[in-house]
Design a protein around this ligand. Sequence first.
Ligand code: BG6
Length: 473
Amino acid sequence: MNYSIPENFILGAAASAWQTEGWSGKQAGQDSYLDAWYEAEPFVWHQGYGPAVATDFMNQYKTDVRLMAEIGLTHYRTSINWSRFFTDYENLVVDEAYAQHISDVINELLEAGVEPMFCLEHYELPKALMDRYDGWSSKHVIDLFVEYARIVFERYGDRVKHWFTFNEPIVVQTRVYLDAIRWPHEQNSKKWMLWNYHKVLATARVVEVYKAGGYAGRIGCILNPEMVYPRSSSKEDQAAAHYYDLLYNRVFFDPLVLGQYPEELLALCRENDIWFEPTSEELALIRENTVDFLGVNQYYPKRVKAQRFAWAEGQPFHPTKYYEEFDLPGKQMNNSRGWEIYPSIMYDMAMYLTENYPDLDWFVAENGMGQMDEQRFTDETGVIQDTYRIEFIREHLRYLLKAVEAGARCEGYMLWAFTDCVSPMNAFKNRYGLVSIDLENQRARSKKASANWYATLIRERQLQVADLSDEPK
Ligand code: BG6
């Protein structure tokens, strides 16, 4: 069967600054959180690769944009690297060479007919602001971020119409302060919630600045909600899913979209000593400056079940007080990444959004599949035959288009990633791109089979899928 893809439906691809740019032109003192982590713990980065060269996008962006145009991407999303944008974060001294690079990338994209989308932070918090103010623990860092956003809008707001404050604003503090599995390994659950809150507040303040500037575009944020599935119909398993959703999804959705936190979440924060002490002025600001739209990253389902053991009071708070992971027997896996493959998340997430946030405009900002040792799929003509990626995209897009037919306000689909790029820790282990990066040969680019398939999809706007009602085999 065939799905017709609506005319204005976005079909694009994404990346981020730190995962592609490389350090070409970087000055002393311009380290980001990622650079600092890589320097502190190089041994956790796969085969020692990190952000230092990445895909060398700084020097090779013209080649990438040409390939985007060949494939026909409607949109490309990346970030501005906050840590590279200034030479002095306090006095807002812009690194003009870096700022010019961003301007050149924007012009190149526009000339190629690819609509640019930019995030102000894709984990690229300046290390200097971590050292001096403990990063997002500080309200002063929010002030500096707002001033950064103001300058960015002044410089590029006439050309870029799609802005996002953060990519996946929950991730860094979850890995660092809640789970303490990433450098600098400080377990601090209260700080986890404070960073969540300060990123919500920072978003509202940046939205306010953007609106006041009267720019002809939209501003939002990119979240990574996980579609939560309880193990069973038991009320205990259902409650586990409810708490997971509250603590990891609604903690950003509700304030950003509805302008307020769920009362239940506020009570839970007080009760668990992760209270973030919002002022009434701040809450009013959040209420009045909700986002225009959201990007939603979708990779895998989250399966949970009820806690089997009593919570040991006195240990630092963790959401696992309310749930346990559930390992579904027989689930389909992407073994390279260790993530379950379950394309129905696209439909289910779309219905979740339709039900809970009916006025929200959104699009899938990331979805994709990382594959290990991808070179082994190279054919005799030198092209990587990534049929697994084509199938992955096809199946996820099928469920998304089904949701659009059912009335979801979804504006499009962006693949992660345009080229192979550096992952946190996994570096180049799992390849995500439509375009491969040759690490042995100056980061040379070449299109994979999926690039040609995606190009045809974009040109023809028809998705061919097997009939779901196939006879049982
Ligand atoms: C998303 C992030 O969560 O997932 C990207 O926005 C990331 O930065 C992508 O690269 C894939 O995950 P990973 O860990 O395999 O790189």
